[in-house]
Write a protein that binds this ligand. Structure first.
Ligand code: F6P
Length: 333
């Protein structure tokens, strides 16, 4: 749990708009609920943008009230729907969006999404002066300036549940399973799932795949009495890598199968952790708008809810935690 920062109230927004953008992530609905109910509690009207930035571009905004966010806290996905909106990349479109929002008496925007969505939020805030607060919402946990993102914990747990099931089959058939997890070009999910799932090897996106080394490792495992193994592969390699590696390991004396977990990692009911994170960040985003803050993202740093300038978030890469890969290898021996 996190302390909610107490901020001076210097501004009373009339209406704010919520945008969920990019890949949906479990906990987005919990954040929407927290924003709507906190805002209404403070006398602020709320609109929801339909399908991410597309709703802003097409001026498709729907009024939200306490009832419209009833029964969504525990649901995956986003009731506002999401989109990756190409039109919003154009400065003239962003200028038109800001005009449309001002005509509707909107003086605050909360954007929940990943790096691309937060980049759009930053550009809108700096180019048009519209107050904007971003929240990190992505299963990938690849957002700079925060240790955690809404949806990461759920995705890791979903992948772990799948891995635990796959282990049963791997054990029964004395097989090697290569399980590919999501994460775009980052390896946060792979690292977390690999360590918590006891993977014999984790292949991160930027690593060179050493087939002979992998075969030696599996041979050694076999000699030590392990009759099955599980390897976690981060997506972000060549898309055919996981299946190709399974074939190559089979040719080298290890009966191997590939399993690509895919979008099941994006859906499902958010974990308690993600609901708490989303609720705290959502409520805090409203407080930051009332404190007159803009062009920031709220994240977690050293366990504290922290406002980070969007300039230090957008387009920046976040390093993987050190030592985890080595630890996973030691513990899997
Ligand atoms: O960013 C979330 C994510 O699920 C990534 O892990 C994945 O690479 C990507 O989105 C998939 O995008 P799409 O659903 O558009 O295929």
């Amino acid at each position: 749990m996190w302390n909610l920062p107490v901020l001076p109230r210097v501004h009373q927004p009339r209406r704010l708009v919520i945008v969920t953008s990019g890949g949906d992530s479990p906990g987005m609905n919990s954040a929407i609920r927290a924003i709507v109910r906190s805002a209404i509690h403070q006398g602020i009207g709320v609109l929801g943008s339909d399908r991410g930035y597309t709703g802003l571009v097409d001026d498709e905004l729907r009024p939200m009230n306490t009832a419209s966010v009833g029964n969504i806290l525990h649901r995956g996905g986003t009731v506002l729907k999401s989109d990756r909106c190409d039109a919003f990349r154009q400065p003239d479109i962003r200028a038109r969006v800001a005009r449309q929002l001002r005509e509707r008496q909107v003086d605050g925007l909360i954007v929940i999404g990943g790096d691309g969505s937060l980049t759009g939020a930053h550009l809108l805030a700096t180019e048009t002066g519209l107050p904007v607060v971003g929240l990190p919402g992505t299963i990938d946990n690849d957002i700079s300036g925060t240790e955690d993102t809404i949806g990461f914990d759920t995705a890791v747990n979903t992948a772990l549940e799948a891995i635990d099931r796959i282990r049963d089959t791997a054990h029964s058939h004395e097989r090697v399973f290569l399980v590919e997890v999501m994460g775009r070009s980052s390896g946060f999910i792979a690292l977390a799932v690999g360590l918590a799932g006891g993977a014999e090897a984790i292949l991160l996106p930027d690593c060179r795949v050493d087939l002979p080394g992998l075969v030696r490792r599996l041979n050694l495992s076999k000699r030590r009495g392990k009759n099955s193994s599980l390897l976690v592969v981060a997506e972000g390699h060549d898309p055919r890598l996981t299946s190709r590696l399974a074939e190559q390991l089979s040719e080298n004396g290890h009966q191997a199968r590939a399993c690509i977990l895919g979008h099941i990692q994006r859906g499902g009911s958010p974990t308690g952790h993600d609901r708490l994170l989303a609720s705290a960040l959502g409520a805090s985003a409203v407080d930051h708008l009332c404190a007159g803050h803009s062009d920031i993202m709220l994240g977690i740093q050293r366990g504290v809810i922290t406002a980070v300038p969007l300039d230090e978030v957008a387009g920046r890469s976040k390093p993987l935690p050190t030592g985890i890969l080595e630890l996973a290898h030691i513990l899997a021996n």
